[in-house]
Design a binder for this molecule. Structure first.
Ligand SMILES: [Zn+2]
Length: 414
């Protein structure tokens, strides 16, 4: 059992500390962990005598994955663009032709809440089947008042109607929508005004999000524009997060640190000064290798330099139809090991406790310790290193959320 117990987010060499207990056990009461130790220790507790027993059969158990960056609600895949990209078109070329994010916006605006919900529910089931117990979800494919609120309301409904926990993020500043793009329509400036005057107040009034995110990059929003949006978000009680330095280096990371953002995500193009700024901050550096893998890019984020400098590194899927259509955290761990040169232990830490910090839920999730939720992923492997070692196969045997089994592999039912 990998407990990941300890205090504070993991930096540097402490990312390797999984606090592994051989033949470990947990005692759970009303979904909350009330004891952690070896099986002998836990079974000897008087409270354990009457407890219902769940035998994990010597498999590897760890905290459920915390997927801290997803674009959960979207209407359709973009398989047609995938083919174009393979034939040589760049992500930005496709975006200029009305593909990319704007393509997803068109489809989302046309979709009914019912259809969007059905798709998201199916995805959440798959997240759970791969060991994930908490999912962050961003809006950002609506880009008008009604459609953005449609997505955020769905986050709330989904959180209430299925077992996975959902952290909702408002990403109205994903890109400038088509109808604002010409000069007469006012461009980014006029769109940001709409976000500030119409959307943010509604999001806050109905408590539809905890975080405000901005895609700060070439072809999206500038550092100055991002600052306006994130500061307005904060005034409405939303903590900042950012998409930063993915396609180009803009200085977004420095802004994230300055605003004490909860998380700064992507980071493929960061330079040495960005790395040292992150290392000195409490802003989590969230890496999304699924994105570079799917786009066939050679340049991944410099995970080793970030860890060695002391940044709080997390990993997430970036589940979205354009650049990272995966909801498998084990696959992300495989990529983190082979492409980012993280060790299996570092990757597991980044996908659990450090990701919990990025969602400001570290007191509830991300490790197996007394007082936290009994959120667990159990893998059909003999050694935790086999979780990233096998790729493209799902070895998740059982997933528990707040002590309840929410996924069980076929063979675990008999
Ligand atoms: Zn993203």
């Amino acid at each position: 059992m990998l407990t990941l117990r300890g205090s504070g987010p993991r930096r540097g060499s402490s990312l390797s500390n999984l606090d592994l207990i051989e033949d470990g056990a947990l005692l759970v009461r009303e979904g909350v962990i009330s004891a952690v130790g070896t099986r002998g220790q836990v079974e000897a507790l008087p409270e354990a005598r009457a407890a219902e027993k769940l035998n994990l059969g010597g498999r590897v158990a760890l905290p459920g994955f915390v997927d801290s960056h997803t674009h959960l609600v979207h209407a359709a895949s973009r398989a047609e663009e995938y083919e174009l990209k393979i034939q040589g078109a760049s992500y930005e070329e496709i975006a200029r032709k009305g593909g990319g994010i704007l393509n997803s916006v068109k489809k989302l605006r046309a979709a009914t809440s019912e259809d969007l919900k059905k798709r998201a529910l199916a995805a959440l089931k798959q997240f759970a089947a791969h060991g994930t117990t908490t999912v962050e979800a961003k809006s950002g494919y609506g880009l008008d008042v009604a459609s953005e609120l449609k997505i955020l309301k769905l986050h709330k409904e989904l959180a209430a109607e299925q077992p996975l926990e959902i952290a909702s993020t408002f990403l109205g500043a994903h890109v400038v929508p088509e109808e604002f793009r010409n000069k007469k329509a006012g461009g980014a400036k006029r769109y940001i005004q709409l976000l500030e005057e119409n959307l943010l107040p509604a999001v806050a009034e109905h408590k539809l999000a905890e975080f405000c995110d901005v895609f700060c990059d070439r072809g999206a929003f500038s550092v100055a524009e991002s600052k306006c949006v994130l500061q307005s978000g904060r005034q409405w009680g939303l903590a900042p997060r950012m998409h930063a330095e993915q396609l180009s280096r803009t200085g977004a990371t420095r802004l994230a640190v300055l605003l004490r953002a909860a998380s700064c995500d992507h980071l493929e193009q960061v330079n040495a000064s960005d790395i040292s700024a992150l290392a000195k901050s409490n802003t989590v550096a969230t890496l999304l290798p699924g994105c570079d893998f799917h786009l066939g890019l050679k340049k991944y984020a410099p995970a080793r330099a970030l860890i060695d400098a002391g940044a709080i590194v997390a990993l997430a899927t970036d589940y979205n139809p354009g650049t990272s259509p995966t909801l498998s955290m084990p696959m992300i761990l495989s990529l983190a090991c082979t492409q980012l040169r993280m060790t299996p232990a570092e990757a597991i830490t980044a996908a659990t406790i450090n990701a919990a910090y990025s969602l400001r839920r570290e007191k509830l999730i991300g490790s197996l310790e007394v007082g936290k939720q009994a959120d667990l992923a159990v893998f059909e492997v003999a050694d935790y290193r086999e979780i990233p070692y096998y790729f493209g196969v799902n070895h998740c045997w059982m997933t528990l959320k707040r002590g309840r089994v929410i996924h069980a592999a076929q063979d675990s039912r008999n």
